[in-house]
Design a protein around this ligand. Structure first.
Ligand code: AMP
Length: 397
């Protein structure tokens, strides 16, 4: 089955056309600056790459049209006609408590997605725009599926998702831990079971998705039982520019001292904190490692803070699950940064984690990076959210 995977942002739209049988990416690319001056990028094996070409894209509909035009282009395309696209799979950030699984989109589902907008006011409206643009351009005949970032974590028990706040804030206002990166955590934990040759139902796994945004998930028997992000993706480990967990009392104190309103305060927590905020250097781990190696102490502190934060979640989730069979590293930092993986795992020998430094000196490839006699396996598994979305879409269609 050929599935077009769409990840629509407010002014951008990432796309991939995948063949779910072979799991090949037939073409992929990006529409940027939608509503501004439209830039279109397209890459397909053996075809001429289009790099940030100016294409008029006043709305997401023209962006989808540009994608389709490129895919069916007689010279440079990868399919003969749009009819070859069997389904569209959309990444949707927030499904609230309504969506514990991916769903085929109809009017009722679209209304329920719209009802989730208050939970993700920056992301869900853009995801919905992507759905509507596909309907407008491709017609109602092409099935569309929504794959939610939050859905995988809907299996968390109340003890993991309830905040110690007045209970009516949960009942009336839906304030609870939702968790994010669910598609990634689901994909890598399924791959881990395959790599270990064991049924996922028998495994206790800790998945560390470490990128610009980072989250850790405890996955027991294939089900998410806890995760570090919360009501929003601001919680958990320190990230590129996000603070992660912090004492809520700090907000009023800083707002008073610096005359900030809540919007400005949240902008600091989301965009100026994390390893960027602590180091003053960069949110990019490559820059941070280079600065640390040149003796920059704050860059070293930022990296230590990140590693310590992830390490603490690994310990916490081993305790939550009563043990752990494997720890998984994925996403930009988890897949590429051997130093951080080693720093996070070192000191955890007491709980049966022993790294193999040689096996760990690898990037972006599935591998077991723990020592042969390590009781707890440590796995490097490149995430593939697009493939997961395509497979879920194909299964539903
Ligand atoms: P993501 O959000 O998953 O795309 O991850 C982005 C992060 O991965 C950035 O902080 C990058 O610095 C980091 N990253 C990518 N490649 C490397 C690398 N070779 N070494 C260290 N960090 C990397």
């Amino acid at each position: 089955m050929k599935v077009l995977v769409i990840n629509a942002g407010s002014s951008s739209l990432k796309y991939q056309l995948l063949d779910t049988a072979s799991q090949d990416v037939l073409a992929k690319g990006l529409c940027e600056r939608i509503g501004i001056d439209g830039k279109f990028t397209y890459k397909a094996p053996g075809k001429t790459t289009i790099d940030a070409r100016s294409v008029a894209m006043p709305t997401h509909s023209e962006a989808i049209q540009a994608v389709l035009d490129a895919l069916v282009d007689p010279g440079n395309g990868v399919i003969a006609s749009m009819r070859e696209i069997d389904a569209v799979g959309h990444r949707v950030v927030h499904g609230g408590e309504t969506f514990a699984h991916s769903v085929r989109i109809d009017d009722q589902v679209l209304a329920a997605m719209e009802a989730c907008i208050p939970l993700a006011p920056l992301h869900n409206p853009a995801n919905i725009l992507g759905v509507k643009a596909c309907s407008a351009v491709m017609g109602a005949g092409v099935p569309q599926v929504a794959v939610f970032d939050t859905a995988f974590h809907q299996t968390m028990p109340p003890v993991a998702y309830t905040y110690a706040l007045p209970y009516e804030y949960y009942q009336q206002d839906k304030v609870r831990r939702y968790g994010f990166h669910g598609t990634s955590h689901k994909y890598v934990t399924q791959r881990a079971a395959d790599m270990l040759g064991k049924p996922i139902e028998s495994l206790k796994l800790i998945s560390c998705h470490l990128g610009n945004g980072s989250s850790v998930a405890a996955v027991a028997g294939g089900k998410s039982v806890d995760t570090s992000m919360g009501f929003t993706p601001l919680a958990g480990v320190p990230m590129g520019t996000r603070s992660g967990d912090l004492d809520a009392g700090i907000l009023e104190y800083l707002m008073n001292r610096h005359g900030m309103d809540i919007k400005e305060m949240l902008s600091v927590l989301n965009k100026k904190s994390g390893v960027q905020g602590v180091s003053g250097v960069s949110s990019d781990f490559r820059d941070l490692c280079a600065a640390r190696d040149e003796g920059n102490e704050r860059a070293a502190l930022a990296l230590d803070l990140f590693n310590y934060g992830v390490k603490k979640y690994i310990g916490a989730y081993a305790a939550a699950m009563g043990g752990v069979d494997a720890v998984i590293f994925t996403a930009g930092v988890g897949e590429n940064d051997a130093d951080q993986r080693m720093a996070i795992a070192s000191g955890l020998e007491f709980m049966g984690i022993r790294m193999d430094p040689d096996a760990n000196s690898i990037r972006g490839k599935e591998a077991i990076i723990s020592a042969i006699d390590s009781k707890v396996k440590v796995l490097l598994i490149p995430t593939n959210e697009e493939l997961m979305i395509a497979l879920e879409t194909a299964a539903l269609v």
